[in-house]
Design a protein around this ligand. Structure first.
Ligand code: SUG
Length: 445
C-alpha cells in the first residue's frame, strides 16, 4: 500500500511571545523581551501549511495548548480567582508566568517521537510524547500533547499513543527533533536514527561544557523499546558536544533526512563515519545518500544563524526532493551559493528550494523543521486520522479564526492581563469545534 509522509504542523497559539526561556538556544536568548506578533506568527505558519498542500503533500496540524496554563500555576501554590492568580504570579514570579504562557507547543518536532507501522511489530503507528524536561516551560507540554494525539489518532486499530517516558534528567527526551526515519520508500521498513546529546549514566562520556544536552541515550533506548524496534532497525548516534555549545540544541538544527538522503554538517555527529556505515548497513532496499556540508563551506555558527539544516526535506514524486528553507538563508551569500550548488549537483536528488517567511517563530529558534511533526501514514491510516488534515475550506476557516481572535502584538507585560486568558480560552474552545476534536483542554473538562 502506498504511504506518505504527512507533516503535522503546530498551529501557533494566541500567546506567542519572546521570553528568552531557552538557555542554549541563541535565538531565544537574543530576542528576549521583543514585542511579538501572534497574529502574524499564526498566519506565517498557516501559509507554510498551505504551500505544502499546494506542492501535493498531505498536511496536518496539531492544535495549540491552553496558555497561560492555570492548572500549573495552581499546582505551584498560586490560589484565588484566575485574576488573583495572574496578579500574584506577575508580581512574585514573572518568569513563571512567562513559562506557563509560552506558545512553545507550536514546535511540534518536539511533540513526540513517531514510528511508522512499517517498522513496528504490531503494525501500528506508535507515538511517544516528549517529556521535554530540560526546560520548565516545555516540560508542561506532554500531557496536552498526549491528549491531542489521542483525539486525532483515536483509532486503536492503527495507532498507539504511549505516555511520555519518566520526566527526569536521566530520560530527557525532545522528540522527533532528534529522530530521523531513513528508508528506501515511505512504505518500506526504515532505519530509525536516534541522536542523543549525552549518556546520563556515564560521566566519562563526552558532553557539552557550556550549554545543556537535552536528550539522553537512555531516553532514546526506552522509546525504541516502547515502539518494539529491534537492534537491526535503530542507530543511536551521539551529537557532537562541541556543536551543542555553539547553539545546536537539537539535532534538527544541524541535520535533516528524508527517505535515503541525509543532509548534514560535518560537525553534527561524533564518530560520523561509523554512524553513516551503520545506517547504510541497516538500510534495506537502498543505499544511503549522505550530503555533507563541510566547515570550509559553512561554519557551524552560520548554520545556526541561517538555520539551513532546519529545513524540511520533502519528496516531490518518486525521484525529486525539495528543501523548504527559512528566509534567513537568503541573508547569507554563503548559504545562497551553497543552495545553488546543491540543486545543481546531480549526485543528490535535491533539485528545488522553497523559501518561507517564518520570522516570528525563527526569533524563538523555530524554523520550518521545528514547526512540523512527521508521521508516515499509508492510505488506510490517513483515512483513520479523525481530523486535523488541512483542506482548502479548513485553511480558510483557520485563517478567519486567527484574524478574529489573535492580538497583533504581545509584550511580556501583557501576559498578566486576564483578558488575554479569556481571549485564549474563547479562541481554543471555538477551535476544537472547527477541528471536531472534542474537549481536549483542561478548561473544557
Ligand atoms: O525548545 N524555543 C524552543 C524552540 C524549539 C525548536 N525546535 C526544534 N529545534 N525542533 C526551544 O528552545 C523559546 C521560548 C522563549 O524564549 O520565549 C523556545 O522555547
Amino acid at each position: 500500500m502506498k504511504a506518505f509522509e504527512v507533516n503535522f504542523d503546530g498551529l501557533v497559539g494566541p500567546t506567542h511571545n519572546y521570553a528568552g526561556l531557552s538557555y542554549g538556544n541563541v535565538a531565544s536568548e537574543r530576542h528576549q523581551n521583543l514585542v511579538a506578533k501572534p497574529k502574524t506568527a499564526a498566519l506565517q505558519g498557516l501559509t507554510k501549511m498551505r504551500t505544502l498542500t499546494e506542492m501535493g503533500l498531505v498536511q496536518g496540524l496539531l492544535p495549540p495548548h491552553e496558555r497561560p496554563h492555570m492548572p500549573t500555576l495552581r499546582a505551584l501554590g498560586f490560589s484565588g480567582t484566575d485574576e488573583q492568580v495572574l496578579a500574584r504570579v506577575a508580581k512574585d514570579a514573572p518568569v513563571v508566568l512567562s513559562a506557563v504562557s509560552s506558545a512553545s507547543a507550536m514546535w511540534t518536532a518536539n511533540a513526540a517521537t513517531v514510528s511508522s507501522s512499517a517498522d513496528t511489530p504490531d503494525r501500528k503507528v506508535h507515538f511517544t510524547p516528549a517529556n521535554l524536561n530540560a526546560k520548565f516551560h516545555r516540560s508542561i507540554e506532554h500531557p496536552g500533547t498526549g491528549r491531542a494525539l489521542r483525539a486525532i489518532f483515536s483509532d486503536e486499530k492503527h495507532f498507539a499513543v504511549h505516555d511520555a517516558v519518566p520526566s527526569c534528567p536521566h530520560f530527557g527526551d525532545e522528540g522527533a527533533a532528534n529522530h530521523t526515519r531513513l528508508c528506501a520508500d515511505y512504505n518500506s521498513p526504515a532505519v530509525e536514527l536516534y541522536v542523543y546529546g549525552q549518556v546520563a549514566l556515564n560521566s566519562e562520556a563526552p558532553r557539552p561544557m557550556k550549554y545543556p544536552a537535552r536528550q539522553t541515550l537512555e531516553s532514546c533506548e526506552a522509546i525504541a523499546r516502547l515502539h518494539g524496534l529491534t537492534d537491526k532497525q535503530v542507530v543511536f548516534a551521539q551529537q557532537n558536544p562541541a556543536v551543542i555549545d555553539k547553539g545546536v540544541f537539537h539535532n534538527d538544527v544541524i541535520a535533516v533526512g528524508n527517505r535515503n538522503v541525509l543532509f548534514y554538517h560535518e560537525e553534527a555527529f561524533l564518530n560520523t563515519a561509523d554512524v553513516l556505515r551503520e545506517i547504510d548497513e541497516k538500510l534495506v532496499g537502498a543505499d544511503l545518500i549522505p550530503v555533507c556540508i563541510t566547515n570550509d563551506q559553512l561554519s557551524v555558527e552560520e548554520a545556526v544563524t541561517s538555520y539551513l539544516f532546519n529545513s524540511q526535506l520533502i519528496s516531490l514524486g518518486d525521484d525529486d526532493m525539495a528543501l523548504i528553507v527559512p528566509k534567513e538563508c537568503e541573508d547569507s551569500a554563503t548559504v545562497r551559493n551553497l543552495l545553488d550548488q546543491l540543486v545543481h549537483d546531480a549526485s543528490n536528488p535535491i533539485n528545488k528550494v522553497v523559501v518561507m517567511d517564518l520570522k516570528q517563530s525563527m526569533r524563538n529558534g523555530g524554523g520550518p523543521a521545528c514547526l512540523r511533526l512527521r508521521v508516515t501514514l499509508n492510505e488506510e491510516e490517513i483515512k483513520a486520522v479523525s481530523n486535523c488534515i488541512i483542506t482548502p475550506p479548513l485553511f480558510e476557516d483557520l485563517t478567519q479564526w486567527v484574524e478574529k481572535h489573535y492580538r497583533d502584538e504581545l509584550a511580556q507585560k501583557d501576559l498578566a492581563d486576564p483578558a488575554l486568558l479569556n481571549e485564549s480560552r474563547t479562541a481554543l474552545d471555538e477551535l476544537t469545534r472547527i477541528l471536531g476534536v472534542g474537549s481536549i483542554y483542561d478548561f473544557q473538562l
